[in-house]
Design a protein around this ligand. Structure first.
Ligand code: SAM
Ligand code: SF4
Length: 303
């Protein structure tokens, strides 16, 4: 089994795969209302994703997270889930996880379990149906809550991802924290990142995760804990609620030193850093020259 050490001596063992750029929501911080999407032919197909995953695993990847866009909107997503699930069953992959907006979880929860998924992240920025609809531009809160309930019922461990937006959902934190504590979910607070010029209103909406959680500090001590997940979060325990809270702080405190992840985009490019446009085109390699070319690229850039 290989190991990937990058130019900064970091052991790279975590791959995020964006399985589609499409989504049934249009969250204000993520994409514009009239977002355009890649033509289908540009997307890696499921066979290509599974083959690439196989080669990345052979070179040291131990954890894969599926994301998007919304991963569960891609047609026949169960095919990919079960194909990647085989690597978990074979013991070649320690963990297969998913980040989702939750709207299709009622259908997919049993399939996720079948694929060996044990933990998922579900995005939820407000428990107010109107505010939720406004943030997501049309998302239905009750559908997401039913999805979360179905996932819990099927034994999936859930972490709620909440993007911190100044003046938008600061007042929703306590309700979401109480829900998480009551249901046994974890909570992650994510600082809103200015990721693209086509999405408006972010600069005005920025608040540090630390400031965002200050209403929680009024009701409970937050004690730093040493837990590390495969991701970049740092963790606290809200003692009075018995709740674990992660904070993902790309802006107020970067986490480059211990970043251990690669990102594979929908159209087959590997990015090693969120803050850099540098990428390696694995779609061209696999389509033009096959798996040997993929292995060569892996050895050249990440061996
Ligand atoms: N559609 C899925 C979802 O919403 O969970 C998966 C993809 S989404 C891009 C993954 C995560 O990124 C979500 O938790 C979402 O809230 C977060 N996200 C999207 N745009 C962001 C931004 N500009 N700043 C910070 N987090 C963002
Ligand atoms: Fe972006 Fe996820 Fe919201 Fe879709 S649900 S718009 S991918 S954050």
């Amino acid at each position: 089994m290989g190991q990937m050490i990058d130019g900064f001596g970091r052991n790279i063992d975590y791959l995020r795969i964006s399985v589609t750029d499409r989504c049934n929501f249009r969250c204000q911080y993520c994409m514009p209302e009239n977002q355009s999407f890649l033509p289908h032919g540009e997307l890696l197909d499921y066979t290509e994703i599974a083959l690439l995953a196989d080669r990345f695993i052979a070179h040291g990847i131990r954890k894969i997270r599926l994301t998007g866009g919304e991963p569960l909107v891609r047609r026949d997503m169960q095919v990919l889930l079960l194909a990647l699930g085989k690597y978990v069953q074979q013991g070649r992959l320690d963990e297969l996880t998913l980040t989702t907006n939750g709207s299709l979880l009622a259908k997919f929860a049993p399939i996720l379990v079948q694929a060996g998924v044990q933990r998922i992240n579900v995005s939820l920025d407000s428990l107010d149906p109107q505010k939720f609809s406004s943030i997501t531009r049309g998302g239905k809160l009750d559908q997401v809550l039913s999805g979360i309930a179905a996932a819990k019922q099927h034994g999936l461990h859930i972490k709620i991802n909440m993007v911190a937006m100044k003046g938008v959902n600061e007042t929703d934190l306590l309700a979401i924290a109480h829900m998480c504590a009551g249901e046994g979910h974890d909570l992650a607070i994510i600082e809103a990142m200015p990721l693209g010029s086509s999405v408006t209103g972010r600069k005005q909406g920025y608040i540090s995760a630390d400031d965002f959680v200050s209403p929680l500090r009024d009701i409970t001590p937050l004690v730093a804990i040493t837990d590390r997940s495969a991701g970049p979060a740092r963790y606290w325990r809200a003692e009075n609620l018995d709740l674990k809270i992660g904070m993902i702080t790309p802006l107020s405190r970067n986490f480059c030193d211990d970043c251990n992840r690669l990102r594979l985009t929908t159209d087959g490019k590997i990015y090693m850093c969120l803050g850099s446009e540098m990428n390696i085109d694995f779609k061209a390699a696999i389509r033009d020259q096959g798996l040997k070319a993929v292995d060569k690229l892996l050895q050249k850039h990440l061996g």
